[in-house]
Design a binder for this molecule. Sequence first.
Ligand code: CO
Ligand code: CO
Length: 300
Amino acid sequence: MVVPPGDDAGVFLLNPEVALVETVDVITPLVNDPFLFGRISATNSLSDIYAMGGRPLTCLAIFGFSSCDYDKEVFELVLKGAIESIHLAGATLMGGHSFEDREMKFGLSVTGIVKPGKILRKEGAQPGELLVLTKPLGSGILTTALKGGRVTEDDISEAIRWMTTLNAEASEIALSSGAGACTDITGFGLIGHAYNMIKGSRVDFHIRRKAVPLFNRVMDFVEMGITPEGAYRNLQFLREHIIFSPEITEEDLLVLSDPQTSGGLLFTIKKDRTEILDKRRLPYWVIGEVSEGSGKIRID
Ligand code: CO
Ligand code: CO
């Protein structure tokens, strides 16, 4: 084993040139369209491979399904969506397992490969590096608004487009720009995953709230109290590790704690390496920087 448990995925050395990367993730539906749910869930499951700098090869599907409540057509559409994302990733679906479940659940177990010298770890951020994020935040808040009937899938198409965007290119960019540390933003929200990168270390992350990209209307919904339970839980757990300036509101903190599905990569790079990012078409946001410290998240 090259990377111990606790990182985005496990890494097992096969030979000096190749290591296996393995991960599994299963989620419940967050959109109504079964095909889109399959696409989002597969993209989300593949993300941890990219967060390690790997390339996905094979996938196994895990499908909890209630045959009393849904037609077989729904089952097939979820799978079809997943297969589309898997093919876009250049990987193959090898099979899987389904079981009766009152609440639908779908996800993938994914095996990929990575060069042992090119593994992106979540630790290792160095003072002076910049913090780069590759997708806007707020998918948890928007899908909560969708469940509450406040918006339609069309209204949140921007977020859905991002949730079905593979982190493949972001991972390539992180590798080619010499990223010091990397993870993907999922259930613990931006500050939760950021904290996981620095806990117990001698660095702090400085995040500039205004530099963090949000989907349209995310702030409006938070101000209306439409916020997933997970955001409150994340913030409660993280509060003691955050230092924030007086202009940062509770709503700001909730948005930064919003659990993401299929969120972007968060990685650190040296200040003089941003031209590699500029040359690529993939959007990215520099949301702050790394300084010497004691494992705190500073927000201003
Ligand atoms: Co991850
Ligand atoms: Co994961």
